[in-house]
Design a protein around this ligand. Structure first.
Ligand SMILES: Cc1cc2nc3c(=O)[nH]c(=O)nc-3n(C[C@H](O)[C@H](O)[C@H](O)COP(=O)(O)OP(=O)(O)OC[C@H]3O[C@@H](n4cnc5c(N)ncnc54)[C@H](O)[C@@H]3O)c2cc1C
Length: 451
């Protein structure tokens, strides 16, 4: 095989993509800018550096979607999971690793592979021809980000992640909350009922503001704040500007009538907007925040209707370069305007080490299939890998697209199972059983290994 796959970025996604492609017999060149050009978060020149925590999160492949993603990557012969398992540290049910040994192990394995070449240095242009995967992550260098923006348009590449928390819709108390769009706007009934609204009276609002002001917050990293703009102010910063600011901003009650108590005008209203086509996830509108995760759950459960809320992901704001993938990528993770270029990892709008590595694994396999002319059936959306890629390449709302962790809200429901908390254990087991069977069948049908 003489064709070469070029991969820009030797992080979580690029390393796994390179491994998958080389295992299948392709020549691979990894273009990595570190250590010549650094980022504010990376410390070394090694591949697959863990920039912050040393955890791959839950390793429970029966009850947890990220644990299922571990399982799927292990089944696919993933290098990152092999190294994570080899350098595992005791951490209860989580998969924590010795970060230096982990990335040194990944680096050694890739550098020693006879089909993998590494070319140091920054790539600043979008490649014209050949087969490429761009896996340059949340801290993509400025010149390459400019080139991507020039190709895709300014609206299509975000530099900040202003993440509003996302709630599982089944955990919202609809005896308190109601569905309605502001001023009943919309042509269809579905549009007129597009939002879920949670009402607050004056005392509840004042208590909520006090909690926001008192909550523990995280600081911006050095070099992170450039470009941070007023349009995505954290809610606690809005509250600091004045106790009434939120009530005239994201929490304004205008144009909304409480369906459970039409005669009482709410003092403030928190709105949630549908976040996926399945309607299983809702984001809290305008609620980006720098509150620490522990504080967030506590403060947001003060909102009437969200007292038992379970969060698919919590809010945040940090430097993060990512594409509007639902509009820009096809279902093979290729840039629609330049199909010789695939994207993988966090830049596609997934969030987390594990999710990024999984998108690298998939992009590597998709590139192999294309370059070797072997048809590859779509990865089933019932698997964790498939649920994620389906979300970023079309399932998510393009207008409000924000990076996503893997979670069961992205999976098509298993029919005939009990909803709510009581049914959760059986439901999650059904999701993971179905995913495992479908992933094995897909891997069998796509057997890419050269050996
Ligand atoms: C500050 C910070 C903290 C984070 N903490 C966590 C955490 O604790 N847990 C978690 O699960 N996730 C975390 N993430 C999110 C994310 O999952 C990780 O950043 C993850 O490493 C993403 O994988 P990736 O392969 O997409 O990007 P990366 O692992 O960042 O890899 C991208 C690679 O591309 C290289 N590169 C960039 N531009 C160019 C270029 N032009 N030419 C050549 N090479 C280039 C970079 O040097 C880097 O090696 C964090 C992100 C940030 C920014």
């Amino acid at each position: 095989m003489t064709q070469t796959l070029h991969i820009i970025g030797g992080g979580m996604a690029g390393s796994e993509a390179a491994w998958q492609a080389a295992r299948a017999g392709l020549r691979v060149v990894i273009h990595e800018m570190r250590p010549q050009v650094g980022t504010f978060a990376h410390r070394t020149g090694d591949f697959a550096e863990m920039v912050c925590s040393n955890s791959f999160r839950s390793d429970d492949d029966e009850q947890n979607a990220v644990g299922l993603l571990h399982w799927e990557m292990r089944e696919a012969g993933g290098l990152l999971m092999e190294m994570a398992d080899r350098h595992r540290l005791p951490a209860g049910g989580a998969l924590a690793v010795d970060r230096d040994a982990f990335s040194a192990g990944v680096t050694e394995r890739l550098r020693k592979h006879p089909l993998i070449e590494t070319q140091p240095g920054e790539i600043s242009e979008l490649p014209q021809d050949g087969h490429w995967i761009i896996a340059t992550g949340p801290l993509t260098s400025g010149s390459l980000a400019d080139a991507i923006r020039a190709e895709t348009g300014t609206q299509a590449l975000a530099f900040f992640d202003a993440i509003a928390p996302i709630v599982y819709s089944e955990t919202i108390d609809m005896d308190v909350a109601w569905e309605q769009s502001r001023y009943d706007k919309g042509e269809t009934e579905a549009e007129q009922r597009a939002y879920i609204n949670c009402p607050m009276d004056r005392d509840q609002y004042e208590a909520f503001i006090d909690a926001l002001l008192a909550a523990d917050k995280t600081e911006f990293h050095e070099g992170e704040t450039a470009g941070y703009f007023d349009g995505c102010l954290p809610i606690e910063v809005m509250a600091e500007r004045g106790r009434e600011t939120l009530r005239h901003g994201p929490m304004k009650p205008r144009g909304l009538t409480n369906a459970h108590d039409p005669d009482t005008k709410p003092y403030a209203v928190v709105q949630l907007r549908r976040d996926n086509a399945l309607g299983t996830l809702y984001n809290i509108v305008g609620f980006q925040t720098k509150m620490r995760y522990g504080a967030q759950a506590e403060v947001f459960r003060m909102i009437p209707g969200l007292q038992d809320a379970k969060f698919a992901r919590l809010g945040g704001i940090h430097r993060n370069t990512f594409l509007n993938s639902p509009t820009l990528l096809d279902d093979q993770m290729r840039l629609k305007s330049r199909p010789n270029v695939r994207f993988a990892g966090q830049i596609t709008g997934v969030e987390g080490y594990v999710e990024s590595a999984a998108m690298g694994l998939l992009a590597g396999r998709l590139a192999v299939a294309e370059m070797t002319g072997r048809p590859l059936p779509m990865v089933p959306s019932t698997t964790a890998t498939g649920a994620l890629v389906t979300h970023i390449t079309g399932g998510a709302e393009a207008k409000t697209f924000q990076p996503m962790n893997v979670n069961f809200g992205l999976f098509p429901p298993v029919e005939g199972l009990k909803g709510g908390r009581k049914g959760r254990e059986a439901r999650y087991k059904a999701y993971t059983d179905r995913a495992k069977a479908d992933w094995r069948a897909w891997l069998g049908a796509t057997a890419l290994d050269a050996a």
